[in-house]
Design a protein around this ligand. Structure first.
Ligand code: HEC
Length: 119
């Protein structure tokens, strides 16, 4: 009895997880990502200021990027400048904040990795 319960539970957990991953929708820029940028980035990367010449208010501007080049690389979060700078805690600049949480950074990674790669 105990054994059967265990198997059942295991099946539910793995099945549920796999399904969740397969069906989860990719994060949406306007709905999921922009609110984080607005709270934590855009006061320095928007209408008034453009740190490193980077404007983060639109997808076009992010693709265009700033002094260092595009802020993101579609399909490749690891090679995306904005992910790198957040990961190494360069952005937002130290002592500034509010800082990006680990969950928010994961969401941004998912968002970039789900973008079709540009040839
Ligand atoms: C307090 C102001 C401030 C905040 C907040 C801020 N930045 Fe920056 N950012 C800058 C400045 C200034 C630069 C220019 C480089 C430097 O001086 O360090 C920069 C540079 C960058 C660059 C490199 C641009 C380039 O092409 O050289 C990226 C990418 C970036 N920021 C991403 C972010 C992200 C993502 C956030 C939010 C999580 C953020 N920044 C929050 C001020 C800010």
């Amino acid at each position: 009895m105990r054994m059967r319960f265990h198997l059942l539970l295991g099946g539910l957990l793995t099945g549920g997880l796999a399904e969740g991953m397969a069906w989860a929708e990719a994060p949406d820029f306007q709905k999921d990502i922009l609110p984080i940028f607005e709270e934590k980035c855009i006061r320095c990367h928007g209408a008034k200021r453009k740190g490193g010449k980077l404007d983060m208010r639109t997808m076009e501007a992010l693709h265009l990027g700033g002094d260092t080049g595009p802020a993101l690389k579609p399909g490749n979060a690891k090679k995306s400048l904005l992910i790198e700078l957040i990961h190494y805690k360069e952005m937002p600049p130290k002592k500034e904040g509010p800082f990006v949480t680990a969950a928010e950074l994961d969401l941004m990674r998912e968002w970039i990795n789900a973008m079709p790669e540009k040839k």
